[in-house]
Design a protein around this ligand. Structure first.
Ligand code: NOJ
Length: 544
């Protein structure tokens, strides 16, 4: 798709930047496909299912961490940055995966987790053993007294060691934060980047990309300023957006640029305010920043339009690329988000955080299909989360004893955590493990997923899987889609309508009543049945 025009503006990256209009599929390896029967997905399992991605037509795959890890945070606790956890296979399996993906014209990007490692990482073990005041402790953030920072997973961000010192962990206590002011840390991660670039990856997804550097002196946060990263008006905290990040990412960019073929980075940065994103987008470091701002939205035309307008303006003005996202391994699945009372999406109650909420699955699925056509019609790149192409719902009723996300316990079980969107994928069959692998599954699967398997959807022209295939195929062919501009059309309340040149119209009906379609030549694709010239509620359509 790289031959399409890039927008005007101070773009830093050239037209070969494949990521600017790519459709990227996220694999959460533990839950994708299991080849060896241990109940956890693995790279050979993913390899065996590579044609699923080829059939979908995606440009690239992002592999969430598969590195050796005690799995205290699903692999985002890395014990060894340049190896494959034996549960997921070997480096040879990784090489085979990259080669097989390349043979299908699919690029591979991998996760890099630079903010923290696992408490099992040899350097952290050495730091613990070496004791207070040792050079080994300088690699991390050990202090004699903690400050008031809270972990993103709940509870204090500091844990005391037996010798009395405390170490910082912005996430779980099993994930100590690196000290990014230590030159050894910088050099180590440069080697990690080169290691995976040498193995043929096309880029990196950077975990927790805004938090690596902490303000000197680790000052307390202003009470009340911590909290949901997308909360409007949330003020900056001293462990986010430090100026050194821009220089770091510039240096990483140079490392990537030394390799053939443009290779990019997509940063996990949750920005509530476009002003926070601007410095990264206008610099010559990060190629992309995820745009997570659609994910917390209720099903509302006005709220979607406001975020799309603001994000698109930001991308145009900076020349940067902010791929759209509607789901990932950290948030409840959209088929469920859109199927609950939408006031509860705006302001989740304690019951919602515990998954105790009524879900209209049919409604949620219909809206999720419409949202997918919206996502894939917007200017720029888009990320799809594994299982969303099947319309999977969140598994809200997962038994408490099966839950593994550290957020569940660290919040004192006030939040069920993220396991419900990480359930192993259903591939075939009528009962668990639904073809996931020859053994069981590390998280249980719901009993009523037979109709959601890939096999069940493959030959059904109306399936959510086939909607994705058709949309991605059209997106590849249609000259208006991918990167570029958009123009809003007048539309009745509750409806979004926009055109893209040449000759493409998107219309999404968020409202409760059918609305007339605008003048058009052909219906290219619709997310649900169209009744004689009108667009029903909770439906999207692509027109030419
Ligand atoms: C963001 C990842 O997406 C999430 O799964 C993880 O728990 C945190 N970063 C910590 O690494």
């Amino acid at each position: 798709m790289s031959d399409k025009a890039v927008p005007d503006g101070p773009a830093v990256f050239d037209g070969d930047a494949w990521w600017r209009d790519a459709v990227v599929y996220q694999i959460y390896p533990r839950s994708f496909a299991d080849a060896d029967g241990d109940g956890q997905g693995d790279l050979p399992g993913a390899l065996a299912r590579l044609d699923h991605l080829a059939d979908l037509g995606v440009d690239a795959v992002w592999l969430s961490p598969f590195y050796p890890s005690p799995l205290a945070d699903g692999g985002y606790d890395v014990a060894h940055y340049t190896d494959v956890d034996p549960r997921y296979g070997t480096l040879a399996d990784f090489d085979a995966y990259v080669a097989a993906a390349a043979a299908r014209d699919i690029k591979v990007i991998v996760d890099i987790v630079p903010n923290h490692c696992s408490a099992a990482h040899p350097r952290f073990r050495q730091a613990l053993a070496a004791g207070p005041g040792s050079p080994e402790r300088e690699w991390f953030l050990f202090r004699d007294e903690p400050n008031n920072w809270q972990s993103m997973f709940g509870g204090p961000a500091w844990t005391q060691t037996p010798d009395g010192q405390w170490y910082l962990h912005l996430f779980d206590s099993a994930q100590p934060d690196w000290n990014w002011r230590h030159p050894g840390v910088t050099a180590m991660f440069e080697d990690v980047l080169r290691f995976w670039l040498d193995r043929g990856v096309s880029g990196f997804r950077i975990d927790v990309a805004a938090m690596l550097f902490k303000e000197d002196g680790l000052p307390d946060v202003v009470p009340g300023s911590q909290g949901a990263p997308l909360a409007p008006g949330r003020s900056a905290v001293p462990y986010e957006h430090q100026p050194e990040l821009l220089e770091l990412y510039r240096s990483w960019r140079k490392i990537l640029a030394a390799y053939p073929g443009p290779r990019g980075t997509v940063a996990e940065i949750w920005f509530a305010d476009p002003a926070q994103a601007r410095p990264y987008l206008t610099g010559d470091g990060l190629a992309q920043l995820f745009n997570f701002r659609l994910m917390p939205l209720p099903w509302s035309a006005a709220e979607f339009r406001a975020v799309i307008e603001e994000s698109h303006r930001l991308a145009r003005e900076t020349g940067g690329s902010i791929p759209w996202v509607l789901g990932n391994h950290d948030v409840p699945r959209m088929a469920t988000r859109f199927g609950i009372d939408q006031d509860l999406v705006r302001a989740p109650t304690a019951d919602v955080l515990l998954g105790r909420v009524a879900v209209d699955h049919e409604l949620g699925r219909r809206r999720a299909r419409a949202a997918t056509l919206l996502l894939l019609a917007l200017p720029g790149a888009a990320y799809l989360y594994q299982g969303d192409e099947l319309g999977l719902p969140e598994y809200l009723d997962m038994p408490a004893q099966a839950r593994q996300d550290p957020m569940f316990e660290r919040t004192g079980r006030a939040f069920i955590g993220r396991d419900g969107c990480r359930v192993p994928l259903p591939w075939s069959g009528t009962s668990a493990p639904y073809g996931f692998g020859p053994g069981g599954t590390w998280l249980p699967q719901p009993a009523d997923w037979a109709h959601l398997t890939v096999a069940a959807q493959r030959d059904d022209p109306g399936s959510t899987l086939n909607l994705h295939r058709a949309a991605i195929a059209l997106r590849r062919e249609h000259p208006a889609l991918g990167d570029g501009d958009l123009t809003w059309l007048d539309a009745p309340p509750g409806v979004l309508a926009l055109t893209r040149e040449p000759g493409f119209t998107l219309m999404v009906n968020f409202g409760p009543d059918a609305v007339p379609l605008p003048p058009h030549h052909d219906v290219l694709l619709a997310s649900g049945p169209l009744d004689g010239g009108v667009l029903p509620a909770d439906t999207a359509v692509w027109l030419s």
